[in-house]
Design a protein around this ligand. Structure first.
Ligand SMILES: NC(=O)c1ccc[n+]([C@@H]2O[C@H](COP(=O)([O-])OP(=O)(O)OC[C@H]3O[C@@H](n4cnc5c(N)ncnc54)[C@H](OP(=O)(O)O)[C@@H]3O)[C@@H](O)[C@H]2O)c1
Length: 292
């Protein structure tokens, strides 16, 4: 089986490459070999490789910067995924795509299920929602996994920011009114692919049966404040941390270009039931991520 992985250097793509090679031969690319601002660079690649599965881990993830670059965010998160989905439909290739909790406004007051109404508050969220809709409208067989607060020990994400702050400041002030599910990129890579059949014929059938949107994130929800405290308690001792205390703050104390949802945590029961998989508690994943 041939798998085309788009975005091999990102937090998720890096881990996905290490997981997908148990399923088949992986052809993995990232910018600048492929450029989501130029969809033909991907469509040509699909013609050349003729993959049995496409896994898209590329995204424009700079939430604040997207507010000043809406067209670039739309192209990368919506238009090009839509163009890839059309190719998938025409060539009967199953597609895995990743979306986000930021398609919700966070005002529901409890964890979101798949049938809840999206209402993104920022450009990043609306571009990702448009990407979902373009994929659905293409008529291809897709699995869209909406995830939340992705981190890795390698680079990028909130975890790396906390580590940098902790090395430099004695006191950290972290918002306690944003609630989500911390999701280790490795757990996400495993959970989004381990249940797939490795035969192209069975894979097509599988996607046909299970096609849809699924919430897939670390189990349990937490505020950024509580998450930060847990990160600091579990950091490797050789990191020379300066931080002595973490204080709760409010989102309004730190104005940012993009508005963020307050409670965008995801309920992932549909995923667990459909694929008979167990999602680990976010704390368990975080502890394991630190000893790798
Ligand atoms: N990070 C989060 O907290 C979070 C939360 C919810 C959902 N998600 C979703 O989860 C998925 C994976 O996120 P992630 O955190 O792994 O993202 P990431 O680390 O930012 O990786 C994204 C990858 O896309 C590549 N890319 C960006 N622009 C490109 C372009 N024009 N052409 C080709 N490649 C390009 C990046 O390359 P460069 O590094 O060279 O730009 C990078 O390798 C995304 O769909 C994201 O929307 C993430």
């Amino acid at each position: 089986m041939k798998i085309l992985l788009l975005g091999k250097k990102g937090q998720l793509g890096w881990e996905a490459q290490r997981e997908l090679f148990c399923l088949g031969e992986v052809f993995a690319f990232d910018f600048p070999e492929i450029d989501f601002l130029k969809p033909n660079t991907i469509i040509d690649l699909v013609d050349e490789i003729q993959p049995d599965l496409i896994y898209n881990a590329v995204a424009y993830t700079a939430v604040d910067k997207a507010e000043s670059e809406p067209e670039i965010a739309r192209k990368i998160n919506a238009e090009t995924p839509g163009a890839i989905a059309v190719v998938c439909k025409n060539k009967d290739i199953p597609l895995i795509h990743i979306s986000t909790d930021y398609i919700f406004d966070g005002l529901l007051g409890k964890d979101y299920v798949e049938s809840n109404q999206p209402n993104p508050l920022n450009i990043y969220g609306s571009s990702k929602l448009e990407g979902e809709n373009n994929i659905i409208q293409s008529g291809c067989d897709y699995l869209i996994f909406r995830t939340s607060w992705v981190y890795s020990m390698r680079e990028g994400g909130f975890l790396q920011k906390v580590i940098q702050w902790a090395k430099n400041y004695e006191v950290l002030r972290i918002v306690d009114d944003q609630i989500g599910n911390p999701t280790w990129a490795r757990t996400l890579a495993i959970l989004s692919s381990r249940f797939l059949p490795s035969s192209p014929m069975l894979l097509k059938e599988f996607f046909h049966q299970h096609k849809g949107i699924y919430h897939l994130a670390g189990k349990g929800s937490v505020s950024r404040f509580e998450w930060t405290k847990f990160i600091l308690e579990n950091l490797p001792k050789d990191l020379h941390i300066k931080t002595r205390s973490v204080l709760p703050a409010k989102t309004k104390d730190f104005p940012t270009p993009a508005q963020r949802p307050f409670h965008s945590a995801l309920n992932c029961s549909k995923f667990e039931n459909e694929f008979s998989m167990r999602i680990p508690e976010w704390k368990q994943s975080l502890v394991l991520s630190m000893i790798n």
